[in-house]
Design a binder for this molecule. Structure first.
Ligand SMILES: *[C@@H]1O[C@H](CO)[C@@H](O)[C@H](O)[C@H]1NC(C)=O
Ligand SMILES: *[C@@H]1O[C@H](CO)[C@@H](O)[C@H](O)[C@H]1NC(C)=O
Ligand SMILES: *[C@@H]1O[C@H](CO)[C@@H](O)[C@H](O)[C@H]1NC(C)=O
Ligand SMILES: *[C@@H]1O[C@H](CO)[C@@H](O)[C@H](O)[C@H]1NC(C)=O
Ligand SMILES: *[C@@H]1O[C@H](CO)[C@@H](O)[C@H](O)[C@H]1NC(C)=O
Ligand SMILES: *[C@@H]1O[C@H](CO)[C@@H](O)[C@H](O)[C@H]1NC(C)=O
Length: 355
């Protein structure tokens, strides 16, 4: 768009120069010529710079991104599906059942018996909201963005390289959000669904932003720190291996999440609980559901010391909470999991689904 205007300006420039210099009573013709030559060259330079800039915003972002994440271990197992890895911290934010009932739309019952079955000693009158602060890495196909293998069967090597470059650089993003699991979307008092009312998402990743808002999730284009990893060490922290992760948006409304976690020897919630909540079909407005199959048995998760129990502080200014919330002694896990994602499915498909 910008380059088109500049092209037009460049094209008209000699004509304008010619017309004004042809005008009578024109003095100092030489300096006029110099002026037009100079402005022509400046326009040319701007045009050139705008081309190299607009061609590759994703490249610019990814060039400064050097992630520490391991590659996607299941890409070749499911070549026709959207797969990737999610590295980050998943933690349990206990809120009162009363607050949960106020925040969660009233048509969705809370399956208290389902989470008590997994967490028998979870405090009475409390509900486990879930914070996920993740780096989404090496996504091989993004939701509806199906690779068009069928259109042209044999692209040239240059075309493939170009396409791979484009696809590759949409393959990394960050997200943070608080979701509400164990909800009775189908009114069967059995199947657990997870409500994801809002998400902070990497501002440049328009595909992910659109993808999430199509579910009805309030999406907030955000800036993350660190920009390309799941978390980053906090220098001079009191506890060893303390890490932080934060996200902040200005538009459309200010929204933010920040976390600081350190390893703990505390008894934390069991792994099957995390496997259960991360594998519940997710919805926002309830029109369609997202199936995220999270694998806890691949090399990115099972290598020794890959799963760490952590305790820390979470601050959030995010819908549906009406004010800034601060929670201390939040327990969770730092881990990486591979996933397969199936998008925009009828929620009804999941009646009786148990992962
Ligand atoms: C997850 O991210 C952390 C922080 O960048 C990194 O140290 C760790 O190696 C990553 N895990 C995997 C399996 O890639
Ligand atoms: C992969 O995608 C196909 C077609 O959308 C779907 O039927 C299949 O269940 C997906 N595989 C997995 C493991 O989810
Ligand atoms: C694309 O982005 C990834 C980071 O996700 C980076 O590793 C890769 O080098 C980038 N590719 C190009 C061609 O810029
Ligand atoms: C839902 O199921 C649980 C466990 O089976 C049961 O205790 C509860 O009474 C049921 N609730 C309703 C509304 O049927
Ligand atoms: C890992 O788990 C998935 C489903 O949870 C299963 O289909 C797959 O066979 C498992 N792989 C291994 C190596 O156990
Ligand atoms: C989660 O746990 C509940 C209660 O045990 C169970 O009914 C449900 O099938 C599990 N869901 C998944 C996705 O694992």
């Amino acid at each position: 768009m910008i380059s088109t205007c500049l092209d037009l300006a460049l094209l008209c420039h000699p004509v304008l120069a010619f017309l004004s210099i042809q005008r009578p009573k024109m003095h100092a013709q030489q300096s006029r010529w110099q002026y037009f030559l100079l402005s022509f060259l400046s326009l040319l330079a701007i045009r050139y710079a705008s081309t190299s800039y607009t061609q590759a915003p994703q490249d610019i972002i990814s060039d400064i991104c050097q992630t520490k994440d391991q590659p996607n271990p299941i890409a070749s197992l499911y070549p026709m599906n959207a797969t990737g890895t999610l590295n980050g911290t998943i933690s349990v934010i206990p809120i009162s059942l009363k607050l949960a009932r106020e925040l969660i739309p009233s048509q969705y019952g809370i399956l208290e018996h389902a989470y008590r079955h997994l967490l028998p000693s979870f405090p009475k009158d409390m509900y486990p909201a879930i914070l996920e602060a993740m780096h989404d890495h090496e996504v091989q196909a993004f939701g509806y963005q199906i690779p068009d293998f069928s259109v042209r069967p044999s692209p040239t090597p240059q075309e493939s390289a170009q396409k791979n470059k484009k696809r590759k650089n949409l393959t990394h993003m960050q997200r943070a959000g608080i979701s509400f699991p164990f909800l009775d979307l189908l009114h069967d008092n059995t199947t657990s669904f997870k409500w994801a009312p809002s998400l902070l998402i990497t501002a440049s990743h328009t595909v992910a932003l659109t993808g999430a808002s199509d579910y009805g999730t309030h999406t907030f284009p955000a800036t993350f720190s660190p920009p390309c990893d799941a978390y980053t060490p906090v220098p001079a922290a009191k506890l060893p291996h303390t890490t932080s992760f934060s996200a902040r948006s200005q538009h459309p409304h200010p929204a933010a999440i920040s976390t600081v976690f350190a390893p703990t020897t505390h008894d934390i919630f069991p792994l099957p609980f995390f496997a259960n909540v991360t594998n519940q079909p997710t919805f926002a407005d309830g029109k369609t559901c997202d199936q995220m199959i999270r694998f806890f048995n691949t090399s990115v998760t099972t290598a020794p010391n890959r799963i760490e129990s952590v305790s820390g502080t979470v601050k959030a200014t995010l819908f549906p909470f009406s004010e800034e919330m601060v929670w201390d002694h939040v327990l969770g896990l730092r881990l990486d999991t591979a996933f397969v994602e199936n998008n925009y499915l009828p929620c009804e498909n999941f009646r009786g689904y148990d992962g």
